[in-house]
Design a protein around this ligand. Structure first.
Ligand SMILES: Nc1ncnc2c1ncn2[C@@H]1O[C@H](COP(=O)(O)OP(=O)(O)OP(=O)(O)O)[C@@H](O)[C@H]1O
Ligand SMILES: [Mg+2]
Length: 567
């Protein structure tokens, strides 16, 4: 990335600044609070909305200004403009040289699009182009082992591994879903196969039962048809016999009733006969009553009187019997009438039997027209079972296939993870080698570092003159030396690993803590750095070091506002 120009308005201590980037090693000097570091903040703020020290987007809005803060940076092939003020003024826009401006659906989206277009984010920019005592690389040696590992991971170009991991994760998620669906399908088809098999068995049993009943029925009807005439004759004969027996029984009954009537009638005396006898008895009684015994003066002829009493009793008995028999005759005559009115039930049955036709052949023909309904059902269930079995086989085959792919993807995931680890390891080794090379090349190699990393941690071991030393055992100047060599190694590694070289590099008071002699040594290193970048801006207070720089920028406050001038 090459920065060509910069324009600022109401940016921190700067009211207005137009700045073109020079080439070479350039000193930024000036008194405390003059605006040196503010200049270093301009690029990260315009590109990412943060200062180099991680300050929030509105931290650079000039305290005194009423107008919005604005920054425009012209890169080699793209221009970016950021404005902060009242909510309505806030804006971020970028456009390629001679092209149309791009804004996302909101600021965050524009930022995402810009990062995409640039090909790096804030942390990569700062690691590759900026160094001061609070920057992440400078904090590396005091950070915890896992934060150190994270810092290194940010420096590695893991885009392929990240892309692969994300794709594999997505694919595996989709495959796991398909796997679950296949397993569900298999269970469903197994149930279907089993259900169809049970129904098929049941239909087969029903079919057999139906055939058995059908055959038996045909057999029975055929036999009935064959025996029809003989059976009919025999039935008629039997019914005729019963009819005759019934008629005989009725005849006998009528005869008996007639006899009973005759017998009863024999005891019935006509009324005039009984009346005549009554009259004769009365006359006899009258005659016998006038006879008186001349001796005793009592009734004469007692035998006669006795005969008359008996006669009266007999007459009374005759009358009663006659009445009784008359009632009997009436009753028996009713019975007789009823008996005579009865119709012989067997006679109609005989007629019906005589008229009965042989319908068994028709029934047989009708039966023969029937088909076994269970056969079609059996065939239907069999077809369903076969379909379900095919689907089951397909689902099982698809599951095997998915499991195969999942296994392949698992292998690919392991390879990706190994590739990721190897990339990180390779980067760590490169940074280690560069740091030691800088320490050896510019600071007599009195210190060396060794990094060892696992999946989560990165440990550092330091040797000073061959002695193992902790970071805190090092002097302030030694720590400064170590951090600076590490920071510059990181810059180079970022350029190498990410194919994004930041041509403008800023070192803000990077040599603070070194004595004049070491500052001079460091200057040689900066000279070498300037050969690798278009411009290296160094903020420095040391008068001794300042004298070494040919190109100088001076920041100063005029009426409380920062101004820059080349000297
Ligand atoms: N939002 C702001 N508006 C106006 N001035 C600000 C704002 N934020 C910081 N300043 C001031 O801007 C000035 C420049 O700060 P800067 O950090 O650039 O100084 P410097 O030249 O780097 O000083 P030093 O050598 O001490 O690091 C300081 O006086 C600071 O207090
Ligand atoms: Mg400063």
């Amino acid at each position: 990335m090459r920065v060509v120009n910069l324009q600022l308005e109401n940016f921190g201590s700067y009211e207005k600044l137009e700045f073109s980037f020079d080439r070479g090693l350039i000193l930024i000097q000036g008194p405390t609070g003059a605006g040196k570091s503010t200049l270093c903040d301009a690029i990260p703020w315009i590109l990412f909305g943060k200062t180099a020290k991680g300050g929030a987007v509105d931290e650079v809005r000039s305290w005194a200004a009423t107008e919005p803060t604005k920054g425009i940076v012209w890169l080699q092939d793209i221009t970016v403009s950021r404005t902060r003020g009242a909510a309505k003024d806030n804006d971020l826009v970028f456009w390629p040289t001679g092209g149309e401006p791009t804004r996302g659906k909101d600021m965050a989206d524009t930022q995402r699009l810009l990062n995409q277009r640039l090909g790096f984010d804030l942390s990569l920019y700062l690691a590759g182009a900026y160094y001061h005592e609070f920057s992440q690389t400078a904090q590396f040696f005091t950070a915890s082992a896992n934060v150190r590992r994270m810092i290194c991971e940010q420096l590695v170009d893991l885009s392929l591994a990240t892309k692969l991991t994300a794709r594999l994760k997505d694919e595996l998620r989709s495959l796991k879903k398909q796997q679950a669906e296949s397993a569900e399908n298999i269970a469903k088809h197994k149930t279907e196969v089993e259900t169809c098999r049970r129904l098929e068995e049941e239909a087969k049993r029903n079919s057999k039962d139906w055939e058995r009943l059908y055959t038996a029925e045909i057999k029975e009807l055929t036999a009935k048809s064959k025996n029809f005439d003989a059976a009919k004759r025999s039935a008629i004969k039997k019914l005729q016999h019963e009819s005759d027996a019934w008629a005989d029984a009725r005849k006998e009954e009528v005869k008996e009733l007639n006899q009973a009537i005759a017998t009863a009638r024999a005891d019935i005396r006509p009324d005039d006969e009984l009346l005549y006898e009554e009259r004769r008895l009365a006359e006899a009684k009258l005659l016998a009553g006038e006879l008186t015994c001349p001796t005793c003066g009592g009734p004469a002829h007692p035998e006669e009187r006795e005969r008359l009493v008996r006669w009266e009793i007999q007459l009374d008995t005759k009358r009663r019997l006659s009445q009784q028999r008359t009632a009997d005759v009436e009753k028996i005559e009713r019975q007789l009438k009823q008996a005579l009115s009865q119709i012989n039930p067997f006679a109609t049955r005989v007629t019906a039997e005589e008229a009965r036709e042989n319908t068994y052949d028709e029934q047989i023909a009708s039966l023969k027209r029937q088909t076994n309904p269970h056969r079609a059902r059996t065939a239907g269930y069999r077809a369903n079972r076969l379909d379900a079995s095919m689907e089951l086989a397909d689902a099982e085959a698809s599951l095997v296939k998915i499991e195969g792919i999942v296994a392949d993807y698992d292998v690919l995931s392991d390879i990706t993870a190994s590739y990721r680890s190897a990339s990180i390891q390779y980067t760590i080794e490169a940074i280690q080698a560069r740091t030691n090379a800088l320490l050896a090349g510019y600071f007599d190699g009195e210190m060396r570092v060794e990094f060892s990393a696992d999946d989560t941690n990165l440990d550092v071991s330091i040797t000073k003159d061959g002695n193992e030393a902790t970071y805190t055992q090092l002097s302030k100047g030694q720590r400064c030396m170590l951090k600076l060599c590490f920071g510059l190694s990181v810059m180079k590694t970022v350029a190498e690993r990410h194919a994004v070289k930041f041509e403008q590099v800023f070192l803000d008071e990077a040599l603070d803590g070194l004595d004049e002699a070491f500052k001079t040594k460091a200057y040689r290193m900066l000279e070498a750095l300037a050969l690798e970048h278009e411009s290296v801006y160094v903020v420095e207070h040391s008068e001794g070091l300042k004298a070494l720089f040919e190109n100088k920028l001076t920041a100063e406050l005029v009426d409380g506002r920062s101004q820059l001038c080349r000297s």
